[in-house]
Design a protein around this ligand. Sequence first.
Ligand SMILES: Nc1nc2c(ncn2[C@@H]2O[C@H](COP(=O)(O)OP(=O)(O)OP(=O)(O)O)[C@@H](O)[C@H]2O)c(=O)[nH]1
Ligand SMILES: *[C@@H]1O[C@H](CO)[C@@H](O)[C@H](O)[C@H]1NC(C)=O
Ligand SMILES: *[C@@H]1O[C@H](CO)[C@@H](O)[C@H](O)[C@H]1NC(C)=O
Ligand SMILES: *[C@@H]1O[C@H](CO)[C@@H](O)[C@H](O)[C@H]1NC(C)=O
Ligand SMILES: [Mg+2]
Length: 297
Amino acid sequence: MGSILREWVGFQQFPAATQSKLVELFGKLKEKGVSALTILVMGKGGVGKSSTINSLIGERVVNVNAFSSEVSRPVMVSRTRAGFTLNIVDTPGLVEGGYVNYQALELIKRFLLNKTIDVLLYVDRMDAYRVDDLDKQIISAISDSFGKEILRKSLLVLTHAQLCPPDDLSYDVFPARRSEAVLKTIRAGSRMRARDFKDSAIPVGLVENSGRCNKNESDEKILPNGKAWIPSLVKEIIGVATNGNKSIVVDKKLLEGSESNDRGKVFIPLILGVQWLLVKWIQRAIRDDIAKGGKAF
Ligand SMILES: Nc1nc2c(ncn2[C@@H]2O[C@H](COP(=O)(O)OP(=O)(O)OP(=O)(O)O)[C@@H](O)[C@H]2O)c(=O)[nH]1
Ligand SMILES: *[C@@H]1O[C@H](CO)[C@@H](O)[C@H](O)[C@H]1NC(C)=O
Ligand SMILES: *[C@@H]1O[C@H](CO)[C@@H](O)[C@H](O)[C@H]1NC(C)=O
Ligand SMILES: *[C@@H]1O[C@H](CO)[C@@H](O)[C@H](O)[C@H]1NC(C)=O
Ligand SMILES: [Mg+2]
């Protein structure tokens, strides 16, 4: 279903230094008996989800568009190299006309039926200076849809990381401040209790997808702090995949009983009951009215 299993050709496009780091990282995973990873990529529209996937695979596997949304349904891209398989699921943006697109979330969940999510990449832009209630609502929706445990399998990815920070902040502190703000929103939006959250730090990966990303002498794409971001991101992804928390299995049960639905269902008899009482009350009022009216005339 929308999945194409192929030899990972793009791997050879990476500079030698990146390749050797990735070989080492995947080698360690295989030693742990992990021969496949499934990564789900979600976030608002236009934040760079598809671009990040293309950067990670080293091929143009999904469409990217600057001015309109390209992906209207989830797509899974699979690449195999030396017995290791990487599955990445690209998804449409989770915000539509200023609201959380719950329908898109349902579509994503249905697409993932019988699959296991090892890592969620929650993508946002680094070069945005504000977070708002909508960001919080997106996290709540994800949390309700896949279960709050998905936050223990999440990595926050900030794109456009090769930015010029505002005048009063240096590059050393800007990413930290921006991450802190987004993480705070994630914490607020998650259905986790504060205590649960304390011992679960969501790691952050910085990304620069632009073709104009700076490179060092080894030809590796680097951020303004001199770090090669592709191997760093893969390392973070593997860290989350092997952090000891369970991967998210999308089975029929998860599909049918999202937490929000269950919570809603509890109130249905109550709402029906209140409606019934209201109708009775109005009927009685009308009867009384007619009776009184009759007397008046
Ligand atoms: N400079 C810069 N541009 C980026 C980066 N990531 C993405 N872009 C640009 O931002 C635009 C949107 O990127 P996409 O990858 O299509 O974003 P998306 O999240 O997949 O968008 P939807 O699929 O519509 O939700 C494109 O013009 C990309 O080239 C980045 O890290 N740096
Ligand atoms: C998912 O798995 C269940 C149980 O193993 C099976 O009955 C069902 O057909 C599967 N659905 C899809 C879409 O693969
Ligand atoms: C579960 O994941 C969190 C990150 O959200 C991590 O801090 C924690 O150590 C993990 N738990 C276990 C038991 O490894
Ligand atoms: C390029 O950057 C990476 C990551 O920081 C580093 O490991 C590598 O040695 C650098 N290469 C050169 C030639 O500076
Ligand atoms: Mg996209």
